[in-house]
Design a protein around this ligand. Structure first.
Ligand code: PGA
Length: 227
């Protein structure tokens, strides 16, 4: 364990297909007041597309230290692509985008090529892509600086990977793609185990699904990272 000295920690909430606008705003009001001004702790929330404008507004009005991200974006630019959200339009509201989540690879047949196109769209439009990788062999497109290691067996199962294995995968990813790559861990992270992951030498934060939905639990997770 290397401790947390000189390390920036990302705490990223992936709401997936959950929360209507009033539930989203309730969460923002409860969590927003608990996020400190610390520069080394970066809290990001990724709502559904339909909630992004209201969430962005609420964070601005409350002057909260939370960044908004999307859970996906289009592999194309503007134009005749029914149903897609292009990065060039999203960039007004989001600074980050999750790309290549395993649920998209599974339910929407996203290939590595599609994921690479999306990462490129993000990068071309000043959106930081948070690329999800399922293991150290998953391709990481050029220009991607933050990845989340999310083993499929750990997502939404309550059965997280071990911090030691997650650290070994993070170390391998850095060896393959450069030491400046920031590697997050995701998969059944909660307030009881988050500390054990962020204390690992090669892990720079967490991507959280289920345990990000309840404001109280998410506030506990932030407190664990700050202590
Ligand atoms: P989980 O999801 O925290 O519910 O396991 C993580 C993710 O899918 O990003």
């Amino acid at each position: 364990m290397a401790g947390l000295v000189n390390k920036r920690i990302w705490i990223i909430a992936n709401w997936k297909s959950n929360k209507n606008i009033s539930e989203a705003l309730d969460w923002i009001s409860k969590v927003g007041v608990k996020v400190s001004d610390r520069e080394d702790i970066k809290v990001v929330v990724c709502p559904t597309f339909s909630c992004i404008p209201e969430v962005t507004k609420a964070i601005k009005v409350g002057n909260f230290n939370i960044t908004v991200g999307s859970q996906d974006l289009s592999p194309f630019g503007v134009g005749a692509y029914t149903g897609e959200e292009p990065a060039s339009l999203l960039q007004e509201m989001v600074k980050f985008s999750i790309i290549g989540h395993s649920e998209r690879r599974e339910h929407f047949s996203e290939s590595d090529e599609m994921v690479a196109k999306k990462a490129l769209q993000a990068l071309d439009n000043q959106i930081t892509p948070l690329l999800c990788v399922q293991d150290s062999a998953t391709p990481v497109p050029q220009g991607v600086k933050i990845v989340a290691y999310e083993p499929i067996f750990a997502i939404g199962t309550g059965q997280s990977d071990t911090p030691q294995n997650a650290d070994a995968v993070a170390k391998a990813l850095k060896q393959f793609h450069g030491q400046d790559l920031e590697v997050l861990y995701g998969g059944s992270v909660n307030s009881s185990n988050v500390r054990s992951f962020i204390e690992m030498e090669n892990i720079s934060g967490v991507l959280i699904g289920k345990s990000s939905l309840e404001a109280e639990e998410f506030v506990k997770i932030i407190a664990e990272c700050e202590r």
